[in-house]
Design a protein around this ligand. Structure first.
Ligand SMILES: Nc1ncnc2c1ncn2[C@@H]1O[C@H](COP(=O)(O)OP(=O)(O)OP(=O)(O)O)[C@@H](O)[C@H]1O
Ligand SMILES: [Mg+2]
Length: 250
């Protein structure tokens, strides 16, 4: 069954059609990658999934429910969490606090947050620590986010998404800007999450895509030009042309 489905989704910014008639199905429990050259519309598609943007036309259905135009805080409560292409953590907070906030927000209400002590919510703290454990940062829980390396900050971002106990995890280039070693570590983490979550992964690095994906969809100038298994995508002539069209692929 498809956990997420888009029907002919289009997003125009003035004269630019960033996403053009995209119909996509993400199977529950799968890791579905979206690839495509710079500016293909991948991040815009995520912004449409999460309610940060509203489609110009078309429908987005999550778990059988039409979420088109639903504001992002409501989408988050329905169980869609994301990590961003650019690292997005609170640098002056500890790792645990960064993750704790996401775990707390998942409860659905901020009532009492200002006056109740954080340790009154052991279940929230437990979920936050579990998320740090999932990304291998449990030993750094009390360090400030600005004190850890860039690679660890990206792991922290993943933990923040996991702390929300998502049903659908959207990862936008989680290995962007990472060294080869850090990239290997991130790939191992994502592989470890496979099967536990339904994941949509945007990634430029082909070796990552080929190694972890169940399905791959290819975007080019806003449209889907191919979909298939990693092996099918690798030998698809349209995909090869899109990537050879003078666009730099890392
Ligand atoms: N808020 C916006 N307003 C106007 N144009 C936008 C906006 N967001 C994205 N675009 C444009 O839409 C197109 C698709 O951008 P998007 O960020 O979705 O591409 P992408 O596939 O994620 O690219 P990259 O691989 O470089 O991250 C680009 O031409 C971009 O400039
Ligand atoms: Mg992008």
């Amino acid at each position: 069954m498809a956990l997420l489905r888009t029907e002919n989704v289009t997003k125009a910014f003035g004269a630019l059609t960033a996403v053009n008639g995209v119909s996509l199905e993400v199977e529950a429990g799968s890791l579905h990658s979206i690839i495509g050259p710079n500016g293909a519309g991948k991040t815009t598609l995520f912004n449409l999934f999460t309610g940060q943007l509203t489609p110009t036309s078309g429908r987005i259905v999550f778990d059988g429910r039409d979420i088109t135009g639903t504001p992002s805080h409501r989408v988050a409560h329905l169980g869609i969490a994301r990590s961003f292409q650019r690292t997005n953590v609170f640098p002056a907070l500890s790792l645990l606090d960064n993750v704790w906030i996401a775990a707390f927000a998942r409860r659905g209400s901020w009532r009492g947050f200002a006056w109740r002590r954080a340790d009154r919510y052991p279940e929230v703290t437990e979920r936050a620590l579990a998320a740090l454990r999932d990304v291998g940062l449990q030993d750094r829980a009390n360090q400030l986010a600005r004190e850890i390396s860039h690679g660890e900050q990206r792991q922290l971002e993943l933990a923040i998404a996991l702390a929300a106990a998502p049903r659908l995890l959207l990862l936008d280039e989680p290995a962007a800007g990472l060294s080869p070693d850090e990239t290997q570590r991130m790939v191992a983490l994502v592989r470890g999450l496979k099967g536990r979550y339904t994941i949509v992964l945007i990634e430029h690095k082909m070796d990552i895509i080929m190694g972890v994906s169940d399905r791959v969809s290819v975007m080019h100038f806003g449209s889907l030009i191919a979909e298939g298994t990693p092996a099918e995508i690798q030998r698809n002539a349209d995909v090869q042309r899109a990537y050879l069209g003078g666009v730099v692929v890392e």
